[in-house]
Ligand binder design. Structure first.
Ligand SMILES: [Zn+2]
Length: 201
């Protein structure tokens, strides 16, 4: 089975799950209820294929903002929220405008498609922090830097902390603490993590 086929199948499995949630808006639905329904429905519609990993599909739908996680294993479809969420996504035309403005290059490393990287349009202020789908709030990132931005957010406060500690120890001439902070901050720099937070040595 080719990649395309896999994507198609995965897509329609999520669609099937969403179909059930859309039919039951604003109701807290437990995993077994949706899994049982989707498994039987998938089996019938595909004439015998098994639904693969519905739990994962539900989790992904929740992470993407289509479903609200109420508690462990309980999800809800809120049409109003889902609508709002869709409004916050960039349209294809906006994505094109943002990439054009950024010269079809990642704003962090400057690599473009000609360097073989995949370009993605990212919300500068993330959606879950109220970031809107405006051209000003968009930036072009390569897949690697988009991944890092999404996942290294937790390390930002760490870097800020060690910069503060570095400066405080420098002020009182505490060489040992200063050296300790330097070593940690050099690891950040060496790995190009959170480069937008500048450490002035
Ligand atoms: Zn990049």
């Amino acid at each position: 089975m080719g990649l395309k086929d896999k994507e198609e199948t995965a897509k329609s499995q999520s669609d099937l799950i969403m179909e059930y949630f859309r039919k039951n808006p604003n109701r807290d639905i437990r995993h077994p209820e949706i899994v049982d329904w989707a498994t039987a429905e998938w089996l019938a519609r595909t004439r015998g294929k098994r639904l693969r990993d519905p739990d994962r599909a539900i989790r992904k739908l929740s992470q993407s903002g289509f479903l609200v996680k109420i508690s462990k294993g309980v999800y809800r479809y809120d049409p109003e929220l889902a609508n709002k969420r869709e409004l916050e996504d960039f349209s294809q035309a906006q994505k094109e405008m943002i990439m054009k403005r950024d010269g079809y290059k990642c704003v962090v490393c400057g690599k473009g498609r000609d360097s073989g990287v995949e370009l993605q349009v990212d919300h500068i202020k993330p959606k879950d922090q109220g970031g809107k789908a405006t051209i000003e709030n968009g930036e072009t990132l390569c897949a690697q830097h988009n991944f890092q931005k999404k996942n290294y957010r937790q390390t930002e406060s760490g870097k800020r902390f060690f910069i503060r500690l570095y400066e405080a120890s420098k002020a009182i001439n505490d060489k040992q603490t200063q050296d300790f902070c330097s070593q940690i901050l050099e690891v950040y720099e060496k790995n190009k993590v959170n480069g937008h937070i500048v450490w002035e040595k």
